[in-house]
Design a protein around this ligand. Sequence first.
Ligand code: HEC
Length: 458
Amino acid sequence: MRLFAFLLLLATPAFSEVTFTRDVAPILYRHCVSCHHPDDIAPMSLIGYQDARPWAAAIKQSVTTRKMPPWKADPHVGKWSNDATLSEAEISTIKAWVDSGKLEGNPGDLPPAPHFQEGWQIGKPDAVIAIPAQTIEGAGPDQYVYITVPTNFTEDRWIVAAELRAGNRRIVHHAHVFVVEPKPAEPKPEQKQEKQPTPAEIYSRSLLVKEGTLQWMRPDAPVINDGCAVDDNGLMPGHRSSDLGSLISSYLPGREGDTYPEGTARRIPAGSELSFQIHYSRTTGKTEHDATSVGLIFAKAPPAQVARRIDLSNQMFRIPAGAAEQEVTECHTFDKDIYVTSLTPHMHLRGKAMQMIVTYPDGRRETLLSVPRYDFNWQITYRAAEPLFLPKGTRIAIVGHFDNSPNNPMNPDPTKPVRWGAASETEMMDGWIEYVDAPPSKTQVSQVRAGDVLAQKQ
Ligand code: HEC
């Protein structure tokens, strides 16, 4: 009888040992091994006990400091479908495992390891469009390559998913691919007058320095750090926020492929080209080859909703040399009812923090996203758990903070002021917003529930 009671005590969770196979592996499989498996972006696999044990102390450190899994949003602001945050219980389990001797446990307890398909995460693409093979020499500064490739699409295509795949992960630091729509046919001579660039457009050309495929803001261009003095204040003169191109996918550390919300699709018009921007770093010191490509999955039927995107950007800012806390803003008012499906802050190496704050037409303010410690190495798209309804007249403020001081370990040069430019050594201040138009029938109803738009697919 006494023995029975003792055995019962042993079996209670408080008294039982924390083991890798039963307690820790399920957490790692859920939250870590998507990157920490062989030949992926993380430096080591965490699938087997033998893989993980030597890393135990580092694992504990990385989860208790919340360095891993990478996730930068303030947990008190917004709800995200791709939220990677570990629960307190998961963190204590990992901590208890490390502190109590890193036991393996019964091999029979180990759950089946997740299966990682080679190749495309989004599924088998209907079209794969690749850049011509590139040769990157082993020495020299990082290289930014801009390559435009025809789609050869003879009809408009609706895409439901896109994945940019680095041809050579050792050297592709990050990459983006944009749709370049075909130019409208040459206007008839009598209409040509209207097609002349506006004075603002001519002026804006003189503000940029272009060298090869790179461009950046002239050091002496006028400075606008307060992009909210009036709407769209920090944009290049003569530009509109929607003119900035239409990114369809990115390859960034830890970023998954882009699958647009169900019932929505992005349009690639017939005759479009795809423009790839690729940042190569010469980390291996050897001559390397790359053929980065994008895989596209077509909609089987026309979508109920067009997946849209607006890139809000301040391009006129200037961050003084050494400034540790420079604020740069940009504001935009939406001229229609929309549902926001994702938000992506984008800055470069001096990016420190970003917030996206809306003011509704009735004056209410709400912070949609707050990233208190922005990290260039983890450019995360925050996907709304429920689409966020913004009625027409809502004004959004993108509020970026930059650290151009020597205390920023990523800062390439704190001794110089920095302005807008494409290279990572220059800066950007962007908020990328994916959205769908709210259906007109719904918006007449005063109480629009977020989620309605996705519910009414057909
Ligand atoms: C999105 C991809 C991704 C996920 C998910 C991820 N990691 Fe990592 N991890 C990386 C990469 C890449 C590195 C190396 C670069 C770095 O340290 O930032 C890394 C580094 C580490 C390191 C070494 C840290 C150091 O200080 O050197 C540890 C330990 C680690 N990860 C543990 C984990 C654990 C535990 C989880 C899950 C709870 C996890 N990671 C989830 C990508 C990921």
